[in-house]
Design a protein around this ligand. Structure first.
Ligand SMILES: Cc1cc2nc3c(=O)[nH]c(=O)nc-3n(C[C@H](O)[C@H](O)[C@H](O)COP(=O)(O)OP(=O)(O)OC[C@H]3O[C@@H](n4cnc5c(N)ncnc54)[C@H](O)[C@@H]3O)c2cc1C
Length: 477
């Protein structure tokens, strides 16, 4: 009998699995696809306080998020990167005093921090190759943290496994039956698991899971809000990101991405259907026009090398504008004899606190350590490297270090086991990495490898997919 079955392997499910397993609970997580394959891998990839939430007076959320910025930087140093954000001043949209007040509050709510405080800058003087049009003279600079979102999910899942949790990916639930003091969960592969408590962390699918699998009707509602990003060849030199204020009072980010690209997003587009979100032409035009209002070089649709979309599962707060709906989280517990806790909303940034709060809610049903610990223990690969000599070719090192951190030692073993790393699929992907990802990181498909475990998918030649899949098959057996 499990203490806890978690449904959904996005950031919230994986975060709760890690926390609960570390407190001695018997945990199983069931994910119908790959870890992080839904909303959690299609984000803007920021661990941030969310400066714009100050305008909605969401001080609790901003304070918690800013504190988490510091924690996540500490527990996942290899997959995160502190970044400077530059906000060009647009007097017609927000006055100087309002922005200065907002930034002072942002600095204040963050408490004691390793991130530099905000400051006013002259755009031309600050940047040798200032990409912003000359009519924008003043800017404001503050700091936040960039993260590899899908690897953050994976590392939480991996740590959960290291602490005794079981994680089943690509696993469908056919039905759930309530017993006297537990649930029986029947899987499509014929297996059956029992658990004292269920956590429904299915993100955009939370209500569907509750109704269709557990036969429970929730009083809460979810607003499904699509957000899309485009990726273009690097728009400007420098490692600063930009936050641009638009006429509709929204903001978008320009973020240096993977050495050669700029990531641009996002949008807020309320949707009814959310299975396979895709960027619309309207979203593309919106992002391109927004960038062209600020940047000296003109961008067009031809510059887009990749795009992606995700769906935010936001808690309904009856705000008219999708962009204004709260990004905070809440829980609902249906608690007859065997409780089921459903998560509504949340952000990548707050997943660790959300996990702690979810477990607090369960403390009257399960016996476990009340001591919070996930802010103290480093995620896999995040600890300092030992002095083991690495034989991997130099061209891989930078990418490997920022993805695998100290796990590079294990990867190196895979390299050595196969002669010169095995077959070459492309100059960036060899057989040993595929084997490592299958055996050590639960990869099962080419998408798991190309878009979530690595980001090689952006410019991976379609003609090489068959070869990648043939090698993958060899190691899946
Ligand atoms: C465009 C966009 C930009 C964002 N940017 C940021 C950002 O910069 N910073 C930030 O902090 N947050 C950001 N967010 C928010 C953040 O990405 C989400 O809040 C978070 O990823 C939600 O995680 P989750 O685990 O709740 O949901 P998901 O990641 O969607 O996970 C739910 C999982 O449940 C699984 N599932 C569903 N049904 C079943 C079933 N029947 N059986 C088993 N498994 C099931 C799904 O396959 C899925 O993997 C952004 C979101 C979007 C869409």
């Amino acid at each position: 009998m499990e203490d806890l079955i978690i449904i959904g392997g996005g950031i919230n499910g994986a975060g709760i699995a890690r926390d609960a397993a570390g407190r001695g609970l018997k945990v199983t997580l069931i994910e119908k696809g790959d870890l992080g394959a839904k909303t959690s891998s299609w984000s803007t990839k920021l661990i941030h306080g969310g400066i714009r939430y100050l305008e909605n007076y969401e001080f609790r959320l901003v304070r918690e998020s800013l504190k988490e910025r510091e924690v996540i930087k500490k527990i996942a140093p290899h997959i995160t990167k502190p970044m400077r954000f530059v906000l060009p001043h647009v007097p017609s949209l927000r006055s100087t005093w309002l922005i200065r007040l907002g930034l002072a509050l942002y600095d204040r709510l963050g408490g004691i921090t390793t991130f530099p405080k905000s400051r006013v800058i002259s755009l031309n003087k600050e940047f040798e190759n200032n990409p912003i049009k000359s009519n924008f003279k003043i800017g404001y600079e503050y700091s936040d943290l960039f993260v590899d979102d899908s690897r953050l999910v994976l590392l939480n899942a991996e740590d959960a496994i290291n602490r005794g949790a079981r994680i089943f990916t690509n696993t469908n639930i056919s039905k759930a039956v309530r017993k006297k003091n537990s649930w029986n969960i029947y899987l499509e592969n014929g297996d059956m698991l029992s658990s004292k408590v269920i956590i429904n962390a299915a993100g955009p699918y939370a209500l569907e899971v509750l109704e269709n699998i557990f036969g429970i009707h929730s009083k809460k509602k979810i607003r499904h809000v699509q957000g899309s990003h485009i990726v273009v060849k690097k728009l400007y030199k420098g490692d600063q990101a930009y936050i641009l204020q638009l006429d509709d009072k929204r903001i978008i980010f320009l973020i240096p991405y993977l050495e050669q690209y700029t990531l641009i997003g996002t949008t807020d587009n309320e949707v009814k259907s959310f299975e396979n979100p895709k960027i619309t032409n309207q979203e593309k035009n919106y992002l391109i026009n927004a960038v062209n209002n600020f940047i000296k070089t003109k961008m067009s649709e031809q510059d887009i090398v990749w795009s992606y979309s995700g769906v935010r599962p936001l808690v309904e707060d009856y705000n008219k504008k999708a962009s204004k709906v709260t990004r905070d989280y809440t829980f609902e517990i249906e608690e007859k004899n065997a409780p089921i806790l459903t998560i509504f909303g949340g952000k990548l940034t707050t997943y660790r606190k959300l996990s702690e709060h979810a477990l607090e809610k369960l403390s009257k049903y399960l016996v476990f350590s009340k001591e919070s610990w996930t802010d103290k223990k480093i995620l896999p690969g995040g600890s300092a490297k030992s002095q083991v000599k690495i034989q991997l070719p130099n061209k891989f090192l930078e990418r490997f270090e920022s993805a695998y951190g100290s796990k590079i030692i294990k990867l190196n073993q895979y390299y050595n086991e196969l002669k010169n790393g095995g077959e070459i699929i492309t100059k960036d992907l060899y057989e040993f990495e595929i084997k490592y990802l299958v055996k050590e990181e639960m990869a099962k498909t080419s998408d798991d490898i190309l878009f979530r475990r690595t980001k090689l998918g952006i410019n991976f030649p379609i003609s090489k997919i068959a070869k990648l899949e043939a090698i993958l098959k060899k190691y899946l057996i």
